[in-house]
Write a protein that binds this ligand. Structure first.
Ligand code: R2B
Ligand code: URA
Length: 324
């Protein structure tokens, strides 16, 4: 929990790489950014989250981070920051308040609650992709060791009714392939969209018998669109029939897909590439086999959206050795 003023005034040091003096052994413990250019850069501006090595001592400010929790909207991630603050009993340093660290970037919201960062990622692969590059670099510059990344979000269930949790075992792109593909220098670059299976199981096992939801581990289809890209019939345009849609969703279900959302492939691919343990924990807003429109009430959705937060909070508390 850092005040904006602390962040922007905290360091006037010259731009210089923090790693030039490090041993090879020490470097191995840190985040793998896998970019030889970074080490040679005199300073690095994390433009979209309004942080940078030139003006801030990122290690002093973020070196204690253990968990990075991402979710779609600024409001939800602010709410999560308050929730996790109470859950872990974090007492902010005297005189500081819960501030949006990235407010002046005008793109994402970020809140620091002791060892937890709560960050909004917007909608879709390009939005979360930019954030992931900058969050992974933030972990690198801050010399954070072995952080765990979570996406806590919403999705459409396939064969799963609204209000239940799906934890992603593997993310598939819109062609049903377990990869994140990106044109780079005019050629297709492909990376596997893998998530940590042990982490997924640990999270599922934190579901209690009295919880009003079921938790399922299954594949996630990541679409680049909410409407046609997810086989909906209620977009502005549609050139397939209801039978085509049901045949497609049924085929996905047979292939082990249990939900559809819009960020999983890049989240899996970039965290896996960086060697970061990561999990995607989403609540279903509807069963897509029964319809397309999200008709639940706001109260119902608010309660449902708190469910992935509760599961992730239980995990964080266990890791911090705090009783549930
Ligand atoms: C889930 O919900 C959003 C679309 O409504 C999108 O960000 C996603 O993955
Ligand atoms: N988010 C999605 O991307 N799809 C849904 O159906 C619901 C939430």
């Amino acid at each position: 929990m850092v005040q904006q003023s602390n962040i922007s005034n905290s360091c006037n040091k010259k731009c210089e790489s923090q790693f030039h003096g490090d041993t090879e052994a020490r470097k191995k413990e840190l985040i793998h950014v896998k970019n030889p250019h970074l080490e040679r850069m005199p300073c690095d501006t994390l433009y979209h989250i309004h942080l940078g090595t030139e003006y801030q001592d990122l290690q002093a400010l973020f070196g204690d981070i253990k968990f990075v929790c991402m979710g779609g909207t600024p409001a939800r991630m602010k709410e999560f920051a308050h929730f996790i603050k109470n859950e872990i009993g974090y007492i902010p340093p005297y005189g500081t308040t819960l501030e949006d660290i990235s407010k002046l970037g005008h793109r994402y919201s970020m809140f620091k609650v002791g060892p937890v960062l709560s960050v909004s990622h917007g909608m879709g692969v390009p939005s979360i992709g930019i954030l992931l590059h900058e969050m992974i670099k933030l972990m690198y510059h801050a010399q954070v060791k072995d952080p765990v990344f979570f996406r806590i979000g919403t999705c459409g269930g396939i064969g799963i009714e609204g209000g239940n949790i799906v934890i992603t075992s593997e993310a598939l792109n819109g062609y049903g392939e377990p990869n994140f593909d990106l044109p780079v220098l005019g050629k297709k670059m492909s990376r596997p969209a893998k998530l940590d299976s042990n982490l997924a199981m640990d999270l599922k096992n934190l579901t209690l018998p009295e919880d009003p939801w079921d938790t399922t581990i299954g594949k996630t289809m990541c679409a680049d669109d909410f409407y046609e890209g997810q086989g909906r019939l209620d977009g502005a345009f549609c050139e397939y029939s209801e039978a085509d849609k049901i045949a497609y969703l049924t085929k996905l279900h047979k292939n082990g897909v249990r939900n559809i959302e819009m960020e999983a492939v890049i989240f899996g691919a970039l965290t896996h590439h960086a060697g970061i343990r990561a999990a995607i924990v989403c609540v279903t807003l509807l069963n897509r086999l029964n319809g397309d429109q999200i008709n639940s009430t706001k109260e119902e959705r608010d309660e449902w959206q708190a469910r992935p937060q509760k599961l992730v909070s239980r995990y964080i508390k266990n890791q911090l050795n705090l009783s549930s």
